[in-house]
Each structure stands twice: as structure tokens, then as C-alpha cells.
Ligand binder design. Structure first.
Ligand SMILES: CC(C)(COP(=O)(O)OP(=O)(O)OC[C@H]1O[C@@H](n2cnc3c(N)ncnc32)[C@H](O)[C@@H]1OP(=O)(O)O)[C@@H](O)C(=O)NCCC(=O)NCCS
Length: 181
């Protein structure tokens, strides 16, 4: 019974609530499904997979900005997004996968932890069990399979360190547009 309720609830989120264009109404529903800190903004069309423990599996800190078309998979592992994190359009973050070597197609899981001031550029993919260190940058199109050190810039498939970020990280993300698509 609880499982059926969770499926329906998740369907309603991804089919309707996440598409509400008026931000304060959409954010009201988003906060029913995820923990979201103050000053953070989750855009339209951010989808979630989050059946078992919805409110605890995806947490977003303060002053984060998550752009449209992102996917946050909190099915088994947790996605922990800390403060001042900027996630660009079309990023997919997974906490669950199949073990390709298992005879029965078993699943395996891992938390994804995104430390303060991380910038994930567009269309990156973050795989289960990865930690993105404070202030690192994930270049667009990267597939991140391993932890990324703080203040590094990682890109490519699979992602490797391609540079070092020189920013002193003096900013606070404070962008809450009325209409944003
Ligand atoms: C991270 C990013 C800003 C580049 O950072 P940078 O420090 O300026 O990197 P550079 O351009 O100096 O490139 C450094 C090296 O990484 C390579 N590189 C740059 N971007 C790359 C990418 N997305 N994937 C793989 N390699 C990349 C460059 O070719 C260069 O390699 P080389 O040293 O062999 O010539 C850029 O890759 C990026 O992702 N931009 C985001 C675009 C975007 O998503 N915009 C919307 C959100 S605001």
C-alpha cells in the first residue's frame, strides 16, 4: 500500500508538480519531496527518482541553483548537495546502478556528495558513490566515475582532472528569478 502511494506521489511530482512555472508554488511542492535550504532554487523540470525515503534521500543546502532538465536519483543512495552549489542544465546524478558482472542483474548503490561551491556544467553525469570536493568544477559533458579533488576542474569521459580552479570562492549564489525555464 505504502509502495503504491509512493509511486503515485512520485508520478505526480515528475508529471505535474515539477513543471509548475510559478516558482513559489513549485518550490512549495519541491520542499515536500526534498530537503531544500534557504536561498536555494530548483528550476522547472528537475525530475527526481526517490521512492523509499523521499525527504531524506535528496538534500540541498543553502544558496544552491539547480537548472532545468536535471535528474536527481535518490532511489537507494543519498544525494547530499551542500551550500552554494550550481548545477547546470541537463545534469544527471545517479545513486543506483546494476552490477554488470552479477548473474542476476543485481543492483548496487552509493551516495553522491557534492561539497560547497561545486559548479557542475551542463549535461554532466555523476555516477553512484562519487564525492565532488569543495569548489571543484565538472566540465560540460563529463561522466564522473570517481571522486574529484577539491578545487580541481574535471572533464571528459571518464572524467579526469584537466585543470585547477583559481577562484577564491567569495560568491554567494542568490538567484531566484520569478519565471525561469
Ligand atoms: C570547465 C570549462 C569552463 C573549461 O574550463 P577552463 O579552465 O577554462 O578550461 P580550458 O578551456 O582552459 O581547457 C583546459 C583543457 O581542458 C580541455 N577541456 C575544456 N573543456 C572540456 C570539456 N568540457 N571536456 C573535456 N575537456 C575539456 C581543453 O580542451 C583543454 O585541453 P588542452 O589543455 O589539452 O588544450 C568548460 O569546459 C565548461 O564546461 N563550460 C561550461 C559550459 C556550460 O555548461 N555553460 C552553461 C552553464 S553556465
Amino acid at each position: 500500500m505504502k509502495k503504491a502511494f509512493n509511486y503515485i506521489s512520485l508520478y505526480l511530482f515528475n508529471a505535474f508538480f515539477c513543471k509548475i512555472p510559478i516558482n513559489f508554488i513549485r518550490m512549495f511542492f519541491m520542499r515536500l519531496y526534498m530537503k531544500i535550504g534557504k536561498g536555494s532554487f530548483v528550476s522547472c523540470n528537475v525530475k527526481i527518482l526517490n521512492l523509499e525515503d523521499p525527504k531524506n534521500n535528496i538534500t540541498i543546502g543553502d544558496n544552491c541553483f539547480i537548472n532545468p532538465e536535471c535528474l536527481l536519483d535518490g532511489r537507494k543512495g543519498k544525494i547530499i548537495i551542500k551550500d552554494n552549489v550550481d548545477i547546470a542544465r541537463g545534469t544527471w546524478i545517479y545513486t543506483l546502478e546494476h552490477d554488470p558482472h552479477d548473474d542476476y542483474h543485481a543492483t548496487r548503490q552509493g551516495d553522491v556528495i557534492i561539497e560547497d561551491y561545486v559548479w557542475i556544467a551542463s549535461r554532466a553525469m555523476i555516477l553512484p558513490g562519487v564525492t565532488l570536493g569543495k569548489g571543484c568544477v565538472i566540465a560540460s559533458g563529463a561522466v564522473v566515475t570517481k571522486d574529484v579533488p577539491a578545487m580541481s576542474i574535471a572533464g571528459g569521459v571518464p572524467a579526469k582532472v584537466i585543470g585547477t580552479r583559481r577562484s577564491a570562492l567569495k560568491y554567494t549564489i542568490d538567484f531566484t528569478p520569478y519565471l525561469y525555464i
